[in-house]
Design a protein around this ligand. Structure first.
Ligand SMILES: C[S@@+](CC[C@H](N)C(=O)[O-])C[C@H]1O[C@@H](n2cnc3c(N)ncnc32)[C@H](O)[C@@H]1O
Ligand SMILES: [Zn+2]
Length: 267
């Protein structure tokens, strides 16, 4: 695990220092490193619900689906971009199960943050060299200007907070769904007008270094994988649950993956 030198206390924003199995700030606020090597820096009074972020169903479905390699092409594309940027410190912001930083943590210092404790359990297990932290990315427990590269993959976009923690000329590698992402799934679940995604830049005041599309189709031939794909998306909650019986019948599904990968530079 990388050192805690870039962390600040979520209560008073002073530097955190590691002593034994705990982190302390100068005001004696203390945060324990959990047995499976993650740190919970999410204060109870900052939680909007008892279990914020993606729940156990979504996280295990995501983990099972990603482990099958369906998004391996996207992971490889991201790794290539990161290698070209040669960062020292990477933040995986809204890391989920840590899939996209899994190989990167062998070469770079990775901090992986998610508000879901369930997600961080998976990340800490999957990525033993990362600093895995439960926190909101809207109030990052990180020093100003300490990160070279932020991975922001299908996750919320706290623009001001990202600006604060990025070094000058640091970059955000953002992945958002393209217009046709999962279109076949959405055609089954919703009416036509709900089908297309909006392709837009959330980080409009960053400089666009590059913007590339990665699009491919696969035939999913196992019903478990179809179910996991549905459960890892918000569609499960917006319409999928009531159709669960129908989804259990799907033996195979041709599906389009359409990703937009933007590299955005802090000016
Ligand atoms: C669609 S998932 C993507 C996860 C991962 N980046 C991936 O692509 O596999 C979005 C993630 O953002 C997390 N999330 C939502 N709101 C958050 C917040 N305010 N702070 C940190 N993480 C958050 C969720 O818990 C979830 O794990
Ligand atoms: Zn403190």
């Amino acid at each position: 695990m990388i050192s805690a030198e870039i962390l600040i206390c979520p209560k008073c924003h002073q530097e955190l220092k590691k002593t034994g199995k705990s982190l302390f700030c100068e005001n004696a606020h203390c945060f324990d490193i959990a047995r499976n090597n993650y740190i919970n820096l999410l204060l109870c009074n900052k939680k909007k619900s008892k279990f914020p972020g993606d729940d156990k169903t979504m996280i295990s479905a995501r983990n099972n689906f990603l482990e099958k390699g369906y998004f391996e092409k996207l992971r490889k594309a991201i790794e290539q971009i990161v290698d070209d940027e040669k960062p020292t410190y990477i933040l995986d912001a809204g890391c989920g199960t840590g899939y996209y930083s899994h190989n990167l943590e062998q070469k770079y210092n990775v901090v992986a943050i998610d508000i879901s404790k369930e997600a961080i359990h998976f990340t800490a297990k999957n990525n033993k060299n990362s600093l895995s932290i439960v926190s909101s990315i809207y109030e990052l427990p990180l020093k100003d200007c300490c990160i070279d590269l932020i991975l922001n993959i299908f996750a919320p976009k706290p623009k001001e907070e990202f600006k604060r923690i990025l070094k000058n000329n640091g970059v955000i590698v953002e992945v958002v769904p393209g217009k046709e992402h999962l279109k076949e799934l959405k055609e089954i679940m919703f009416s036509d007008d709900a089908v297309s995604n909006k392709e837009k830049f959330a980080f409009s005041d960053f400089k666009i270094k590059s913007s590339n599309k990665l699009k491919y189709s696969v035939k999913i031939i196992e019903n478990d994988d179809v179910i996991n794909l549905i459960k890892m998306t918000p569609y499960y909650y917006t319409g999928g649950r009531k159709n669960e019986g129908m989804f259990n019948q799907i033996k195979s599904l041709d599906v389009t993956f359409d990703f937009i990968i933007n590299v955005l530079e802090k000016l």
